[in-house]
Design a protein around this ligand. Structure first.
Ligand code: MN
Length: 217
């Protein structure tokens, strides 16, 4: 592995945990790769819409809702934990997408978990394949819009949860490690109604160094 990859992984994991508004405003995540870097798994068109339009809208909405809300100055995670309604929806989606976009890298067929996380997945799920099966099944069967997340609980045990709409595992006291977006905007341009095909392809772009850094932190 290149040193630059390690440095980025650690930076991304650390920076996100500390996301705070600057002068009262949260800012749009800068993508750590080119908009076409994940093709053909996620097209440049989807990336530009998803990051440049959907995520940007959540960030703008949150910034418009924060003044006078009592949540000013909190970290993004704290806002998600403490708020409800429109602030929660937009803060949850900002946190979801910041974690989501920073967990990807260029496509390869043989991407699999590394480090301590690899050992924990084998111990708890039996194998990476068994883990993938359960994760993809939870993503495919979530009704409507939402997310499927791998997290750790307070004891450090791995858990896979379905989160409805804009919710994030921090809302139930979990630490999110890796999440897949099953809102139609995440895949419809590239896969139309074939959500399961999208979920099967996404394994090619998971940056397990990033996910392991979140786990081992
Ligand atoms: Mn999305």
């Amino acid at each position: 592995m290149k040193v630059s990859t390690i440095a980025f992984s650690l930076f991304a994991a650390t920076a996100l945990a500390q996301t705070k508004p600057v002068d009262g405003k949260f800012s749009l995540l800068k993508l750590p790769y080119a908009a076409n870097a994940l093709e053909p798994v996620i097209s440049e068109t989807t990336m530009n819409l998803h990051h440049g339009k959907h995520l940007a809208t959540y960030v703008n909405n949150l910034n418009n809702l924060l003044p006078g809300s009592g949540f000013e100055g909190l970290t993004l995670e704290e806002v998600v934990e403490k708020s409800e309604g429109a602030i929660f929806n937009n803060a949850g989606q900002m946190l979801n997408h910041d974690l989501y976009f920073t967990q990807f890298t260029t496509p390869a067929d043989d991407r699999k978990p590394v480090g301590k996380l690899a050992a924990a997945i084998n111990e708890q799920f039996g194998s990476f394949e068994e883990f993938q099966k359960e994760f993809s099944q939870k993503g495919a069967t979530l009704f409507g819009s939402g997310w499927v997340w791998l997290s750790t609980d307070k004891e450090g045990k791995l858990v896979i949860t379905q989160e409805v709409n804009g919710s994030n595992p921090v809302k139930r006291g979990l630490k999110p490690l890796m999440g897949l977006d099953v809102w139609e905007h995440a895949y419809y341009v590239d896969y139309q109604n074939r959500r399961a095909d999208h979920l099967a392809a996404v394994w090619q772009i998971i940056d397990w160094n990033v996910v392991d850094a979140r786990y081992s932190k």
